[in-house]
Design a protein around this ligand. Sequence first.
Ligand code: ATP
Ligand code: MN
Length: 462
Amino acid sequence: MKREKIKTLLLSEGTDREVLVKGWVRTKRGGKNIVFIALNDGSTIKNIQVVADVSGFDEALMKEITTGACIAVRGLLAGSEGRGQDVEIRAESIELYGKSDPETYPLQKKGHTMEFLREIAHLRPRTNTFGAVFRIRHALAYAIHKYFNDKGFCYLHTPIITSSDAEGAGEMFQVTTLDLGNVPRKEDGSVDFSRDFFGKATNLTVSGQLEGELGALAIGEIYTFGPTFRAENSNTPRHLAEFWMIEPEMAFYDLDDNMDLAEDFVKYLIRYALENCSDDLDFLNKMINRDLLERLDFVINNDFIRTTYTRAVEILAASGRKWIYETGWGKDLQAEHERYLVEEYFKCPVILTDYPKVIKAFYMKHNEDGKTVKAMDVLFPGIGEIIGGSQREEDYEKLRTRIQELDLPEKDLWWYLETRKFGTAPHSGFGLGFERFVQFVTGMANIRDVIPFPRTPKNAEF
Ligand code: ATP
Ligand code: MN
């Protein structure tokens, strides 16, 4: 007999048929004669109720069916008289795959803190909350590919190991096979990376953008979706050392086209989640964040506000607020500023454009004013920056001048510069931090709780 998933079983029409389900016991209650087992197999947040007539089963087996145990149940799918479910399974046979010692199983009772659950990340997917979050995460990942595929974008796999520190981000994880106890050195005492695996110093990528641009200038519209790494010591609810990023890059798009795409894209993803993850979202709305569904609806039903960085700085100055971080033209905006703009001033997602060149990366296209660049940041309630993007500088001389001004390693960027020498084209792109977006859609307060196994400073367990 073939196992059915609880999700399909609950959606199927008709009862009075023989079924086989397999899953983990959430609760067992009942008495001497009859027991009720709530069984969950992860396919849905819903449990199926299994009803067992104690007289028909071995007593020792019944004892071992405790919270956390894994069982297979064969029986009759029948309409349920009890409240809370339409159908139940009247068990005919039960096989115990794995027992779970009630004395030591950590997920006995409800209401564990998120901090505690992080310490048992190997078991937390078995909770309602994390089951919901990871199913939504999956649905969003699928929707990302669907969105771009339907639009004719090509999924380009950019490298995870790179030798360019082009972003100037600095805070990268080094990749090496050198013996750290006996590092080969050059005469001047510096590390001799010519003896390393790749013959040069390499790192884990902070972004696939530069390689993405190479793809856009050949295939037209591409996107990347992969892991990125930042060795920054940021202990915030919005930063991970390993996170996933979606980076579309498009030839012949100017900054307006770029903003249109970003807005359409995130609205599509939210709509997809609302249409396909309603059980999980309803649960999170009830248990995690009472405003969740309202906030999601708000984002899909309103045009994002588009305004300039300069105007934002004026608004912040006129706010009369005391900020932890100073504001002023030329200073980067911090989350507190971004959230003020979104949550209190505009009360709407905001796209800020035309940032000072001094706080943005070298590849952004300069405006005529000589001071600002064609950058765009999308700011979301509760999160702050969720997308960073720009129109890219396509002019060879201007780009080279900027690289020199910033003292970036021009020789490492020869391949990037060559695309501007041979058939350059106006183009744009952006990066969406996947976990920040999953945070927004699930309402989870901490980014560590939207990725199965978070990597943060001093933490790489599991
Ligand atoms: P922030 O100022 O919030 O640190 P950033 O300016 O460093 O962000 P970008 O380099 O523009 O961010 O990266 C693009 C997107 O990746 C951001 O908009 C954000 O959604 C996401 N992101 C950046 N850093 C992290 C991180 N450490 N953990 C998770 N997501 C991140
Ligand atoms: Mn950062």
